[in-house]
Design a protein around this ligand. Sequence first.
Ligand SMILES: *Cc1c(COP(=O)(O)O)cnc(C)c1O
Length: 370
Amino acid sequence: MTAAPNPFLAIAAPGIAGLQPYLPGKPISELERELGITGSIKLASNENPLGPGRLARAAVEAALGELGRYPDGGGFELRAALARKHGVGPEAITLGNGSNDVLDLIARTFLQPGIESVFSEHAFAVYPIATQAVGATARVAPALDYGHDLDALADLVNSQTRVLWVANPNNPTGTWLPADRLYAFLADLPLTCVAVVDEAYTDYVEEPDFPDASRWVGEFPNLIVTRTFAKVHGLAALRVGYGISDPRVADLLNRVRQPFNVNSLAQAAALAALDDAEHVAASVALNRSGMAQLRAGCEALGLGFIPSVGNFLTIDLGRPAAAIYQGLLREGCITRPVANYGLPNHLRVTIGLAEENARFLGALGRVLAA
Ligand SMILES: *Cc1c(COP(=O)(O)O)cnc(C)c1O
């Protein structure tokens, strides 16, 4: 079935015609409606299988009484707490409706038609979408061992480049850059190019030479580090993330930002989550054992995978993943095909609870054998 051409494209902003919408993981409710089944599991969107911690849940309940009022548009308390955490002033923090919102603010602030952004092959899908949506041009560097090739990225930066996007660790590959190499790369970037280091999965990484790039924003005025409460803090539904940057960059992002982009429940939950080191530690420990479980399960099935430091594993099925993904859906397991990331034979699986991981591995074995 081919849809009729959309007449409104002729009056849409430049870039919209070439836009491919983001493909989210299938919601459990949708799968169960389609197949008439119950009890499915979702390991598709890198959510924390434990959900939020006790402190964040209590903060949401306590904030319910004020739902009739607009949230604090300046995010005073949350920005102050984030500033303390990162050793910067509150004016260095830009709050977002999820960190994707911050990525979009960056694109709208610095990109336009005739201007370029740079990212890597297998990079997070929001970078091409945010670039294309404002009519700018994406330059894509080939990957090296599925990860970022910093020399190839640097080669694409020219006088027209305003934004360079690097996720560390990267999604969907789980690859990562050590502190010394990322630091040297950022030091060489021209100040006419903003560098975005997207640290959505940083809390899961236990490698000793993994950097906290937020420590470098005082040194690199063109650096924006983004973080989210959607992953280890288990608050994906509430949509809250932030950027850390030079205050002069944050000033521009905050001019573009919608005044009430982060709702009051999200602000309260995020503030409480920052104090919940216990929940973060429990989530990281669960991820560590679940990662070992999934890796061992893949090895037992004779499958390769991209070694990952995140809360997901991207498995090489050695054949097109689309049919395996469909077979897993029929088993009630939602995973994430990554053909749109240039990885048609891979399937990305979020580390779940031990029983979810076991159920996925059992289903995968059956589907592969069918
Ligand atoms: C999940 C993810 C985010 C977080 O997005 P939110 O909008 O905060 O939910 C950002 N960057 C990458 C690379 C991610 O995988």
